[in-house]
Ligand binder design. Structure first.
Ligand SMILES: NC(=O)c1ccc[n+]([C@@H]2O[C@H](COP(=O)([O-])OP(=O)(O)OC[C@H]3O[C@@H](n4cnc5c(N)ncnc54)[C@H](O)[C@@H]3O)[C@@H](O)[C@H]2O)c1
Length: 341
């Protein structure tokens, strides 16, 4: 079993067959455990619930995907927890993709001013990104507009579960894993570059989590180095909203656009290599038919924007990110490179 620590707060364990054992860290008294899950992961939540040691274990299946991430669903969850008598000594377990862990984490951060939470991510994106780093939240008009930082005490990543994911869900996660390689692990990038979707999941998961854990460990809240995790996400997020494409696809296109801008601004010489690695993973590099006006409107509303213009993560070289203010002209050039006209 591999174990990665984020400070003293959080441990991430990676292995096979973990969901059929007890996913909770051992401690003396644990009366109630509340398991949150989603339709696509409910069968895994059953296994998790059967394996934990507690006086009583209850389960709630949330609505699927981001329809789970609302204040209304959070309110239903609080009432459910209050009715069962959940105290500060209980534990919430989120079993599912990022929408479940975001909601479960938000509920855990706020119920009784914060109780223990454990995540069992069941998507690759959840394992390498959403479950790591302590960001929780719900959507309110904008995505993740309401949230809190609350680290899970433990994240349990079962590679057997991730191996069985449908190809498209796996590809979504590969986009974030590739991002992790690009910002902080040349060997991970090289592995994905050569193996594409045949990459060794053990290597991908462990190395991608290590990159995020290292960044988050240094920078608990989103300042400084943590911003580098947004690589590909400034333009990517705008394309995601404007074009309604899946998050991983949008991040892939966002990285291509950032690559073009970095060529111009900081002399990045591996933009072609990056593009080829994205293509090899079966992720898109073009967003034809998307309105530039619409993308620019979303960018203008981006909550991460500051007074100096859009801040973007750019690569000086693979593994060497820098965060810079980027002019409208540069953004236009980036958008042109992904066919947004
Ligand atoms: N907190 C963070 O730092 C962070 C980072 C990145 C993304 N996120 C959030 O994560 C969410 C997206 O997460 P996601 O992509 O993991 O998807 P998701 O939770 O929306 O789930 C996607 C789909 O996969 C299904 N599913 C889950 N596990 C499965 C399995 N093992 N087999 C088959 N189907 C399964 C689900 O039922 C759902 O239909 C977004 O809300 C995003 O905002 C959060």
């Amino acid at each position: 079993m591999e174990r990665i620590l984020i400070g003293q707060r959080s441990e991430i364990v990676i292995d096979r067959g973990l969901v059929s054992g007890d996913v909770l860290p051992s401690r003396s008294s644990r009366d109630l455990v509340a398991v949150f899950t989603q339709p696509g992961a409910a069968h895994i939540a059953e296994l998790v619930a059967a394996g934990v040691t507690a006086l009583s274990v209850r389960q709630m299946v949330l609505p699927d995907r981001d329809t789970a991430k609302t204040l209304g669903v959070a309110a239903t969850a609080y009432e459910w927890l209050a009715e069962m008598g959940m105290s500060r000594h209980g534990t919430i377990v989120g079993v599912g993709g990022g929408s479940v862990t975001d909601l479960a984490g938000f509920v855990a951060a706020t119920y009784l001013r914060g109780i223990e939470v454990v995540y069992v991510p069941t998507t690759l994106l959840g394992a390498v990104d959403a479950a790591i780093g302590g960001k929780t939240g719900v959507n309110l008009g904008g995505k993740n507009l309401v949230g809190a930082f609350h680290h899970p005490i433990r994240v349990v990543v079962d590679l057997d579960i991730l191996d069985q994911l449908p190809e498209e869900l796996k590809r979504e996660g590969m986009a974030e894993a590739l991002k992790a390689g690009l910002i902080g692990d040349r060997a991970l990038f090289a592995h994905l570059e050569s193996a594409g979707m045949e990459a060794d999941l053990n290597v991908v998961v462990s190395r991608a989590i290590s990159v995020k854990a290292a960044v988050v460990g240094e920078d608990f809240r989103e300042t400084g180095i943590r911003e580098t995790l947004n690589y590909g996400h400034t333009i990517g997020h705008a394309v995601e909203i404007a074009a309604g494409v899946p998050h991983g696809h949008a991040v892939a296109m966002g990285m291509v656009a950032a690559g073009r801008i970095a060529e111009e601004m900081v002399g990045f010489s591996d933009a072609d290599r990056q593009r080829q690695a994205i293509v090899k993973l079966g992720l898109p590099v073009h967003a034809e038919g998307v309105s530039r006006r619409r993308v620019l409107d979303v960018l203008a509303q981006d909550k991460k924007r500051d007074a100096s213009g859009a801040r973007m993560v750019l690569l000086r070289s693979i593994g060497d990110p820098v965060v810079l203010a980027v002019s409208g002209q540069m953004i236009d050039m980036g958008l042109s490179s992904i066919g947004v006209g």
